[in-house]
Design a binder for this molecule. Structure first.
Ligand code: CU
Length: 282
């Protein structure tokens, strides 16, 4: 029985490692400047934990095999183990995991803790059950004032835009995100009700939207196209419907879009969403 269990554990180990190593179910290609650094960090982590996992499972199988029940009458002996070894592998594990955390935090922090570069394209994002609202500043590059008391879903004022503010005149609010390629974009993320999560896998970006907070994040997409945008937080019954698209547009096309009025913007957005196909999945 001990031998059989050992073999099962080894087979499971090989299968688990194979699932990752064959890369059949893997990330879509990166479309952001920080993507490759994040992928490198991910690979480093997966290789190190993969080695630790394999060593632990092979060792577990070996112990099952070696100390299996036998009929030769030998009695089990007690071992207290080794305090020195305990301390050693605890320290090694701590160093490895804290080290990986420290290495990874520079990419993470550069997108979240550092201010966006000056001249970044800004979009205000307001999430709600179960819809994404993207608020664009329009031609004047100034966001109209928003206030919770102006929020009125039935008259389609999802973000609470103050219509009396002159800066709001050229603003647009649509349910899809359009940003320029090769230029930093800053998102200001808010939620009206519960926690949602902005997630575009090829962008290598995921960030929660928390009620009561305006969370600023920034990134630079470097490939034109249409990408799926999902809510990655189970936010209610219709959570699965909370999806949209992110369009990464050539600079000129983006500029032309930003100059349009709300209705034209909406129509043009529809046209662009039809124009760009989703990337092929492999
Ligand atoms: Cu959601």
């Amino acid at each position: 029985m001990g031998r059989a269990l050992a073999v099962v554990i080894w087979i499971l180990t090989i299968l688990s490692v194979f699932i990752f190593a064959c890369k059949k179910w893997w990330f879509p290609p990166s479309i952001s400047e920080h993507g490759p650094a994040l992928d490198r960090q991910f690979m480093l982590t997966i290789i190190i934990v993969g080695l630790a996992f394999s060593a632990a499972q092979i060792g577990l199988g070996y112990m099952l095999w070696k100390y299996r029940a036998t009929n030769d009458g030998t009695r089990a002996t007690y071992s207290h183990g080794s305090n020195r070894l305990e301390v050693l592998w605890t320290v090694i594990t701590a160093v490895i995991f804290i080290g990986l955390g420290v290495m990874g935090q520079s990419v993470w922090a550069s997108l979240r803790l550092n201010a966006a570069p000056p001249g970044s394209n800004q979009v205000e994002v307001v999430a709600q059950q179960f819809q994404w609202n993207f608020h664009y500043a329009g031609k004047d590059n100034l966001f109209g004032r928003t206030e919770p008391k102006f929020i009125n879903d039935s008259s389609l004022n999802f973000v609470g835009l103050d219509e009396s503010d002159p800066n709001a005149k050229d603003d647009s609010v649509v349910t899809a995100l359009a940003i320029p390629v090769n230029r930093p974009t800053e998102l200001i993320l808010r939620s009206k009700d519960v926690i949602h999560s902005f997630w575009v896998p090829p962008l290598r970006f995921k960030q929660d939207l928390v009620p009561g907070m305006a969370i600023r994040v920034h990134f630079t997409p470097n490939r034109v196209g249409k990408y799926e945008l999902a809510c990655a937080e189970l936010c209610g019954q219709l959570h699965f419907k909370m999806k949209s698209y992110m369009l990464v547009l050539p600079e000129e096309e983006h500029k032309a879009l930003m100059a349009l009025s709300q209705e034209q913007f909406q129509a043009k957005m529809k046209e662009l969403l039809d124009k760009y196909p989703l990337p092929e999945t492999h």
